[in-house]
Design a protein around this ligand. Structure first.
Ligand code: SF4
Length: 148
């Protein structure tokens, strides 16, 4: 077993692959707080093979307890505000908040509806801002990867 591991390390070194300590990752918990779903389509495209965010260490996880960053799409509706706060509280520290799309940034076409709780950055500190309506997959990838 030890010999196999040593040979594997030699092969990785010869191939010039990054060392384990050089690899960074970010687990994202996505919550749709009240979007029109176009932002979700772009996020799905960013995870599809042509952009393939996973190869950069970005992954969407099912539980906020496993997440490093809360990724929010859409304007925060009154019905989703409590769920959003619960997810944020459940995340381990240090935690990031990503506002994906103009609505999450409080300036989109849905930003002035009566049923909104508050702009996202009044609920939590927003660390990564991805403007656009919707932002394209390469902009999503670039904004998040710049923070890694
Ligand atoms: S930013 Fe645009 S695409 Fe995204 S949820 Fe708002 S209206 Fe829809």
């Amino acid at each position: 077993m030890f010999v196999l591991l040593r040979q594997l390390h030699r092969v990785l070194r010869q191939a010039g692959l990054p060392r384990r300590s050089d690899i960074r990752s970010l687990a994202l918990r996505h919550i749709d707080a009240g979007s029109c779903n176009a932002c979700e389509h772009e996020l799905t495209a960013a995870s599809a093979p042509s952009y393939d965010l996973q190869r950069f260490g970005l992954d969407i996880v099912a539980s906020p307890r496993h997440a490093d960053a809360l990724l929010v799409t859409g304007a925060v509706t009154t019905r989703m505000a409590v769920a959003l706060c619960r997810a944020y509280e459940a995340m381990p520290e240090p935690r990031l908040v990503v506002a994906l799309g103009d609505c999450a940034l409080g300036c989109g076409v849905l930003a002035s509806a009566d049923e909104l709780a508050a702009p996202l950055d009044e609920l939590f500190p927003v660390d990564i801002r991805v403007p656009g309506c919707p932002p394209p997959p390469d902009a999503i990838a670039a904004a998040i990867l710049a923070r890694l």
